[in-house]
Design a protein around this ligand. Structure first.
Ligand code: IPM
Ligand code: SF4
Length: 758
């Protein structure tokens, strides 16, 4: 829709503006959400909240549910139901709880017996559930993946999942616009994964904080949809709220024939593609930040350390702390080298690997598997490799790969061929690394303990991981299996190895019930107490609460697990060096973090829950990752940004000295124990209002019912293909038949009153 003043706008501005239900004076916007993906880990507490307040799911027709994180990836030949199949108690409970919720709320669910099941970020696009120009959310940070379609897609915490389920909207604020333009051409052997790893190396894991990145330039335009998804997927590792790519013919081509996309060739398809074609940044649109890169400067890139910004070209050597100017980075490098068991100066190509994992929402699509298969075909996994796994991103990817004979190529060369799921990307299921094992992985995070306690992860592209499996060491795909650029004869051949391009009545539950103001949260006015100092940068949510504690279906009881790997030795005894194990800090109410980007990584709301349960209600830091920052407010906690180095040092000094610190939200000041002001701080007025009055925002949003209804009526007129797509009741492979919500009318062609067969 054109803006009132027709000021040039970015792609992000356009999609954002198109979804505003209400805008407050302080910039807080109520945004309509078109697509909500749900998985087992971040939803149980949200459904519990709905039940407690007698609320319904407002738009079952815009909600799609699956299981992915916890499930085993072993053969499902004898699969009967999740109850019997999942052996681990907590994982089973989380999956069966989801199945109960799906039944209770009448949602569409792709369970383990359905070949459409897979990683949320793989199945959304695959089904055409993800469409250009939409807003897409999920209780999962890698929701950014869907931005490849020109949708505004971002991860949310569990409280926000509950908010979207109840209201189909989200309270949010505008982000900044950041443009990353990659021009020229990529050299042979370089894939979109290398491009995005390279970008994160350039901007850092906090580089995109507060911004939505638009990726553009000839290199991006030349990428396939799957390659674009790998890039947008990792925009979260660059700290951004979301990544976006303007839709084009490649996007439309991908969407043709997808079950939940408008029917190709229909009037609706034509209307949709006309609209989608308008989704691009205006020539003079303003970007707050611009990064320009040349494709020819990018070579196969891998990670060496414990942060996704710790990347290096494969022909480089392990860096040394002296390579960094900044003291915090020097320290982080030293610690990462110790953790990774690496010695500065060692050529990356001399580092032997123990395990290989080809999977995850970054790189488990059919093109990824084709690229890996091309490398391993006719070759054997090296003898030193203990385990090499291929985990397709969905049952449909698996089926397609099998139809192409890829499974056979992999198993012949010594790989395991698994069932779809998140698997060793985060190891919530049995697929984990043993301590000190080194893994060549196509996933997106290399945090400490990510793939298993003390496991060592190197991130890379599928072609590079496949090469590592064959060589037994980190290796350069170009030296082994791809003709060098000068010798390259057929572009086609390279393209195959690499991911180069090649009804008017929506089904709503608007009488959501249980409306009215909810005052469920304790009020936050003034907090005075011991502040624990934490001198670290880029503290990720995997460190605040490791994966094994995400299996709970409750919000409480996580205090003992906060900072688990840092607080306890492997034998379970306390680490006396960690601040929260020391004397008065055991009773800390405030955490003072001196390094930037606190709470980066995953969207797990378990991180603020764990801190709160420990007793910490306020975190002071120079900067925060966006999702963590939002999640704290939803729990009545206050994150305070203090980017003035002198003031932050003063607060940290008070903390180190064991003196109390006072956080006065009413006056927006931090004071010392005597009540002397150290510094003032900013906080959004709406958020402050909710904190000081103990308001939970679902109740507030439900008061906007008539605005939401008006928005929905207009959406039905403008973009009818977003209402009630044809979900069908069905189960395959003898699965428990979870009944999908019947949709009253389909929105495609002239088929009325019954869902399409798909
Ligand atoms: C479990 C979920 C909250 C988490 C995320 O948000 O990213 C997970 O997918 C991850 O990759 O760590
Ligand atoms: S990043 Fe890993 S754990 Fe998270 S959704 Fe993707 S595959 Fe699953």
């Amino acid at each position: 829709m054109p803006s009132a003043d027709s000021k040039p706008r970015t792609l992000y501005d356009k999609v954002f503006d198109h979804h505003i239900v209400n805008e407050q004076e302080d910039g807080t916007c109520l945004l309509y959400i078109d697509r909500h993906l749900v998985h087992e880990v971040t939803s149980p507490q949200a459904f519990e909240g709905l039940k407690n307040a007698s609320r319904k799911v407002r738009r079952p027709d815009c909600t799609l549910v699956t299981v992915d994180h916890n499930i085993p990836t072993s053969s499902r030949k004898n699969f009967k139901n999740a109850e019997e199949f999942i052996k681990e108690n907590d994982s089973r409970l989380q999956c069966t709880t989801l199945e109960e919720n799906v039944k209770d709320f009448g949602l569409t669910y792709f369970g383990m017996g359905d070949k459409r099941q897979g990683i949320v970020h793989i199945i959304g696009p695959e089904q055409g559930f993800t469409l250009p120009g939409t807003t897409v959310v999920c209780g999962d940070s890698h929701t950014s993946t869907h931005g490849a379609f020109g949708s505004l897609a971002f991860g949310i915490g569990t409280s926000e999942v509950e908010h979207v389920l109840a209201t189909q909207t989200l309270l949010t604020r505008r982000s900044k616009n950041m443009r990353i333009q990659v021009d020229g051409e990529l050299p042979a052997g370089v894939t979109s994964k290398d491009v995005v790893l390279h970008i994160i190396g350039v901007i850092g894991t906090a580089g995109g904080t507060g911004a939505v990145i638009e990726f553009c330039g000839s290199v991006i335009r030349g990428l396939s949809m799957e390659a674009r998804m790998s890039m947008c997927n990792m925009s979260i590792e660059g700290g951004a709220r979301a990544g976006m790519i303007a839709p084009d013919e490649i996007t439309f081509e991908y969407l043709k024939g997808r079950p939940l996309a408008p029917k190709y060739g229909s009037a609706e398809w034509n209307k949709a593609t006309n609209f989608w074609s308008t989704l691009k940044s205006d020539p003079d649109a303003h970007f707050d930040e611009n990064i320009f890169l040349d494709g020819k400067d990018i070579i196969p890139t891998i990670s060496w350390g414990t942060s996704p910004q710790d990347v290096i070209p494969i022909n480089g050597v392990v860096p040394s702390p002296d390579d960094f100017q900044d003291e915090a980075r020097k320290l982080a490098c030293k610690r990462a080298l110790e953790y990774m068991g690496l010695v500065s100066g060692t050529p990356m190509k001399e580092i032997p690997v123990d395990k290989v994992f080809i999977g995850s929402c970054t790189n488990a699509r059919i093109e990824d598997l084709r690229a890996a298969a091309k490398v391993v075909k006719g070759r054997k996994v090296a003898d030193n490799i203990l385990r090499a796994m291929i985990v397709p991103g969905s049952g449909l990817v698996k089926e397609q790969a099998e139809a192409e004979g890829l499974d056979k190529i992999f198993t012949d060369s010594g790989f395991e061929w698994r069932e779809a799921g998140c698997s060793m990307c985060l190891g919530m299921n049995p697929d984990i690394l043993s301590p000190k094992e080194r893994c060549a992985s196509t996933s997106n995070r290399n945090f400490e303990g990510r793939q298993g306690a003390q496991g060592r992860t190197h991130l890379m592209s599928p072609a590079m991981a496949a090469t590592a499996a064959i060589v037994g060491k980190l290796a350069d795909v170009r030296e082994h299996f791809v003709p060098s650029p000068t010798l390259a004869k057929t572009e086609d051949e390279l393209d195959r190895v690499l991911d180069v391009p090649a009804d008017n009545e929506p089904h709503t539950n608007s009488s959501a019930g249980g409306g009215g103001k909810s005052t469920g949260l304790p009020k936050f006015n003034v907090l005075k107490g011991i502040a624990a100092p934490l001198d670290r940068s880029n503290v990720d949510t995997d460190a605040i609460i490791p994966k094994q504690f995400l299996k709970t279906i409750k919000r409480t009881g996580l205090g003992t697990a906060a900072f688990y790997e840092l607080r306890y030795h492997p034998d379970g005894t306390e680490n006396p060096d960690f601040v929260l194990n020391q004397g008065i800090y055991r009773n800390a109410k405030i955490l003072v973090v001196t390094g930037p980007n606190f709470g980066c990584g995953s969207s797990r709301e378990h991180a603020p829950w764990a801190l709160l349960d420990f007793g910490i209600k306020c975190i002071i830091a120079p900067s925060f990752a966006d999702i963590f920052f939002n999640n704290t407010f939803k729990n009545g906690m206050l994150p305070v940004v203090v980017d003035d180095e002198v003031a932050l040092k003063k607060i940290a000094d008070e903390a180190h000295a064991g003196r109390e610190v006072e956080v006065d939200l009413d006056n927006q000041e931090i004071k010392d124990a005597e009540g002397n002001k150290i510094v003032s701080f900013n906080v959004d007025s709406f958020r402050k209002h909710c904190l000081v009055n103990g308001l939970d925002d679902i109740g507030l949003t439900l008061e906007m019912e008539s605005k939401i209804r008006t928005f929905e009526a207009q959406r039905t007129l403008d973009t009818p293909w977003l209402d009630g797509s044809g979900y069908l009741r069905r189960g395959t492979r003898g699965a428990t038949r979870i009944e999908a919500a019947p949709v009253p009318k389909t929105n495609r062609g002239d088929v009325k009153n019954e869902p399409l067969e798909w």
